[in-house]
Design a protein around this ligand. Sequence first.
Ligand code: ZN
Length: 314
Amino acid sequence: MGNLCHIYTDHKSLKYIFTQPELNMRQRRWLELIKDYNLEVHYHPGKANVVADALSRKQHVEPLLEEGFNLLHPVVLHNIVISCSLESQIIELQKSDPGIFHIKRKMQEQDTKHFRVDEKGVLWFDNRLVVPKDHDVHNKIIDEAHSSKLSIHLGSSKIYQDLKPRFWWTKMKKEIAAYVARCDTCCRVKAVHLKPAGLLQPLSVPGWKWEEISMDFIVGLPLTQKGHNSIWVIVDRLTKSAHFIPVHATYRPSDYAELYFSQIVRLHGVPRTIISIEVLSSLPAFGSTCIHSLVQNWFAIQPTILKPPDRLSV
Ligand SMILES: [Zn+2]
């Protein structure tokens, strides 16, 4: 305290902070703190501040420099070439692969549209490098596209589209799909591609028995003597009382409608709503057949339908 402090900054306007007529809230706050010190602010351009810049460099470049690998040396800089070792490995493998020889022989026998050999003797399929039948190399290529540090575990079709312009081998798509299906990470993390379902929308409580019903099927049962192999379960949503009607899996909507009239409508009348997951696809057909049947057979079934109880008297 009491000593004069010199502050160097590359922020030119700070030089005038003590004489500035108008200050914003932030500057005021800072001024409150620094007013107790004997300070002198000097402007030092950022460009000229080479030493401080070097000192504030990140640590991670150090190992490279320690190993005597001076990246900034012009000779080194001119000789850094990034090449794909996988590609050269494939080209090397092509030289000893019987499958490649077979393709080359075929090419000599007849003209092939897609295969070509370049001046270095490398076999290409259009502009895609032909990869010999070596599962290790195939896996390496897919691995690079699917789970390397530069990849994000893409799906099989995306990987195929990524690799397709560069590489070719038989059953490539199938192998990629099998690889992705085997990937442990992908098996554990299953991304949901569906839209959020939203809030649960519960069904209202029915007001009267057999007014709202739900139906489902129990399928895959052994064939009975009467030729049934499924059970049609019809449940009243209020009382949970149920009817189990033996059916066959090949029944048509009209068969169900007929059964429905004889088994359910006869006893409980026509419901207001029917809830079903299993027969959802055939429900409209079932419904329209029911209505058709209802109109046609109304007089026929009328005597058999029980009179609905008087609701007000309950
Ligand atoms: Zn994966």
